[in-house]
Write a protein that binds this ligand. Structure first.
Ligand code: ARG
Ligand code: ZN
Length: 883
């Protein structure tokens, strides 16, 4: 951890105010302190002499005064854990340079200079996986956000754009493939070594730099753009993985076409490379012309990847490709603007997936992620606006709030403008800011001007954290339906008082007899309370609200179970139908978990839920993909979110017992459903995917009610499986049961896929997320398994993220689950702090958990905080969580 960094700041870079004043507290960076960089870096030349243990980097920067910034006699070149072996200015050894923490400060007297620096780094020792690192004998980079400074000294900030020319050289045998951003312009041999020179014509910030060197093979294809440019496409993988790259390549071509048709965006180089890497902190990275991917989001075939994996590959390929415009051609002025590229690009990838598949099903999946991850974040100690005001470690702000809520905020603009006007807004944005490092404010203004919206008050969505609570109350008065709406934005850390925000709510009013509604309307709730009157109702209609999830809010509506049952069966908006189903179940579980439910009420509520689910099973007009969504229980974390203080043990017990009750009362229907869909032959079309989805959902209810029958059915499903979706679904059910088939099939699965890292990750994750009573012991044993390692983030996540997300294991009464995550954080922090810090939020939820468990969670945070060598990442997350 870089605790020695001093707040002095000669360049007027973002000011480092050590606000907390604690001795080992890393400085806080504030958005309002942004200053333009005093220097431009029009050109950068890099030379890499590549070696796994030792790589020499020579950089040459041409720098010139930035007329649009305040004058400075010095230039700050960021560094992190590197040393310069030589520093030259205009061809002479630099006389005046000093170190400020790990940054190098040079005094530059003139208007323009050339700076040449040499560094030497050891990629094999880079376990943080930021900067240049080794993975399976190859070399690759990850520079976003601040990894480039681990390679060489540079103004490592997104508003400094430079044209990069890079020469790579290394041993032919070890690194037969040498790649960088842009186009290869020259190459040659030199004994056992070879070299390649790459040039990227597009000015870019250092975080978009990438290089890859290794023994790789490509699936090659091409795409002709709308203006007839022929683009060579490659997906690079290790030998043996090539036959799992077809889906990635097809997804890439579909993304390129879609972005032309939907946003008018054309690709701008002759070459587009994707490289799959097995050691990677995140999903993927949009480096210009050279996207680097976690293997998890590239490799897929039906034998080893589930339908969900296929969709994720397509979504992430799209996401990174779309960044070429929303991120690369227009980048971010500073990291506070991260949602400018991430929120917008998530929206773009969501719309892409919606267009490729079922729109409502994709919408439901996206809302489930938002509610399962972002809502808890927004109501906890780490809540922050989509455009944060301060940070200590920017890696901690690659959050569901910045990404997913960021996407929802832009989606609301689209809803208010309409698709066509929204497109005019995005055209304006791309036209106006191409080639720039822009701000969220630039984006909002472009949408206002292009789409003709007034977003004055709407800007609050960028500055206020917290999920708004909307109340909706419908009554009937003199032939009119009267809708009273209210909103309240909860206080969040540092933001005690909130202002009302514009909330676009799509609503419809249903006549119960006819089952018809009077047409969908869009209401904008922009004050604390509002009243809307609708004429022409001789009795009270049924309210359908926030249709399509038009706003990322929670709705408290005064609605009877009867009305929910009606909507669950009849609403013509598929999302609203799903929502009614979820509300029906959530309402019951919240009441039963808070203990205020009599036996009779429990019986009648369960009967209603079973009736609704039975209607969903029987509804011939539904596609199975949608049926699967309607049959899913709300997650435990979503139910916990509804309670001020959650008792995870109690919620878990109630939820499982409801599953068992449903499995009992719908036993025959579920068995029949399972048998019907088991006859659908494998294919990747929506119908077959739907069949696979309901197949496993049916099993989960049966497993809660009739474990022995479910064990037999799941084992049979496992044996009959000709694809990973069915196989993993069956094994998921079996891992929660205590029968002998659990052991048999786990062993079979391991032996079948031994050596296939992504599938072995599933094997770990299934056991860590299981409902088995001994899940804690299982996880402990798995941590000692020879295939387990803390050095591979996918493996760490497959065991411990799955466990931390498993309420039945993580929240075990003994506190053992909390201790295991506490131990993990301390052990992982020095190895990979970015990944370690991601395990803090589950413990940080302590304020919303019943007292006994809360104290034990808090103990773990205190124990971690007491450790004096924490990374900046973990320090920040732990101190905010204790707060
Ligand atoms: N820009 C990448 C993406 O969204 C993710 C980079 C994550 N960086 C980080 N420091 N966590 O596709
Ligand atoms: Zn992204």
């Amino acid at each position: 951890m870089d605790i020695a960094r001093t707040p002095s700041n000669p360049d007027g870079n973002i000011e480092m105010a050590d606000a907390a004043g604690e001795p080992h507290s890393p400085p806080e960076i504030r958005r309002e302190d942004y200053r333009p960089f005093p220097w431009l870096v029009p050109e950068t030349r890099l030379e890499f002499e590549l070696g796994l243990e030792s790589t020499r980097v020579r950089s040459k920067l041409t720098v010139a005064r930035n007329a649009k910034a305040d004058h400075s006699p010095t230039i700050r070149l960021n560094g992190d854990g590197i040393e310069a072996t030589s520093v030259m200015v205009d061809g002479e050894p630099a006389q005046a340079f000093t170190m400020d923490g790990s940054d190098l400060i040079l005094t530059l007297p003139g208007e323009a200079h050339e700076i040449a620096i040499e560094t030497e780094i050891d990629p094999s020792a880079n376990s943080q996986l930021m900067g240049l690192f080794a993975s399976n004998g190859m070399l690759c980079t990850q520079c976003e956000s601040e990894g480039f400074r681990r390679i060489t000294f540079f103004p490592d900030r997104p508003d400094v754009l430079s044209v990069f020319t890079v020469r790579l050289s290394g041993a032919k045998a070890q690194f037969p493939i040498l790649m960088c951003n842009g186009n290869r312009v020259d190459e040659g041999e030199d004994g056992d070594d070879h070299w390649a020179e790459w040039h990227d014509p597009w000015p870019k910030p250092s975080y978009l730099f990438a290089l890859v060197a290794g023994d790789l093979l490509a699936r090659t294809d091409s795409f002709t753009t709308m203006n007839g440019r022929e683009v060579e496409l490659n997906v690079w993988v290790r030998e043996g993985d090539l036959d799992r790259t077809e889906h990635a390549m097809e997804s890439l071509k579909r993304s390129m076409k879609w972005d032309e048709e939907t946003f008018g965006r054309e690709y701008d180089l002759d070459l587009f490379n994707i490289v799959a890497v097995s050691d990677f902190n995140m999903g993927a990275m949009e480096n210009k012309g050279l996207n680097v991917f976690n293997t998890k989001y590239v490799l897929a075939d039906p034998e080893t990847a589930t339908d969900g994996d296929f969709d994720a590959v397509e979504g992430v390929i799209g996401h990174e490709y779309f960044h070429n415009w929303s991120g690369n051609r227009i980048t971010c002025r500073d990291w506070f603007q991260l949602s400018l590229k991430e929120g917008f690009t998530v929206l773009r990838d969501q719309l892409f997936s919606q267009d490729m598949h079922s729109e409502p099903v994709k919408r439901i999946e996206d809302v489930r992620v938002l509610r399962g991850v972002q809502f808890p974040e927004d109501s906890g100690p780490l809540a922050h606006p989509i455009r944060p005001d301060s940070y200590r470690e920017i890696s901690n702000f690659y959050t569901s709030t910045v990404y997913n809520k960021g996407a929802e905020v832009i989606r609301m603009m689209r809803t208010m403008a309409g698709e066509e006007a929204f497109r005019k807004g995005t055209d304006t944005y791309f036209d106006r800011h191409d080639g720039e490092a822009a701000t969220c404010e630039d984006f909002i203004t472009s949408i206002e001007d292009g789409a003709g919206l007034d977003l004055k008050q709407f800007r609050l969505w960028y500055s206020q954290a917290g999920t708004p609570k909307v109340t909706a109350d419908l009554s009937h008065d003199n032939g009119e339906a009267v809708l009273r709406l209210g909103q309240q934005v909860p206080s969040t850390p540092g933001q005690p008082n909130k202002k009302p925000m514009p909330i676009p709510l799509k609503i419809a009013l249903f006549d119960r007899e006819t089952g018809k509604n009077s047409g969908e309307q869009l209401l904008i709730l922009d004050s604390d309370t509002a009243e809307h009157r609708f004429a022409g109702f001789d009795k009270k209609p049924v309210l359908s609200i926030n249709r399509g999830f038009s706003a990322p809010v929670t709705i408290q509506r005064d609605i009877d179970r009867d009305e929910l049952l009606f909507l669950a069966a009849k609403d013509d908006d598929p999302f609203a139908r799903y929502e009614a189903m979820q509300d029906l179940i959530t309402g019951h579980l919240v009441a039963s978990a808070s203990g205020d439910l009599g036996d009779d009420e429990r019986v009648s509520a369960r009967a209603d839920i079973a009736t609704a689910l039975s209607a969903v099973i029987a509804d011939g007009s539904l596609e199975d993909l949608m049926r699967g969504e309607l049959l899913l229980m709300p997650s435990q974390s979503y139910i916990g979110e509804q309670l001020e203080l959650a008792d995870p043990g109690r919620i878990h017990a109630e939820r499982e017992s409801l599953k068992a009750a449903i499995g009992t009362s719908l036993h025959d229907e579920l068995v029949q459903l399972h048998s019907r869909v088991s006859d659908v032959p494998f294919s990747m079309d929506a119908q077959a995917k739907g069949a696979r989805k309901v197949k496993t959902v049916a099993l989960t209810y049966l497993a809660a009610a009739s474990p022995e029958l479910a064990e037999t059915m799941a084992a049979a499903q496992y044996d009959a499986a000709d694809n990973m979706t069915d196989r993993q679904g069956a094994l998921m059910v079996l891992t929660g049961l205590e029968g002998v088939e659990r052991t048999n099939k786990l062993l079979d699965f391991y032996n079948r896929y031994e050596g296939n890292a992504l599938v072995i990750d599933k094997w770990f994750a299934l056991q860590a997320s299981s409902l088995h009573p001994n899940v804690v012991e299982h996880v402990k044993a798995l941590a000692d398994h020879p295939d387990f390692t803390l050095r591979n983030p996918n493996r760490v996540r497959s065991l411990y993220m799955a466990f931390a997300a498993n309420p039945h294991g993580f929240h075990i009464e003994t506190g053992e689950g909390y201790r295991m995550i506490g131990d993990l954080i301390l052990e992982l922090d020095p190895i990979n702090s970015q990944t370690a810090a991601r395990f803090v939020p589950p413990l940080g939820r302590w304020r919303r958990i019943e007292a006994g468990r809360a104290a034990m969670m808090r103990d773990q945070l205190d124990r971690i905080a007491a450790f004096d060598k924490l990374s900046r990442d973990t320090y920040e997350q732990v101190s905010r969580s204790i707060g």
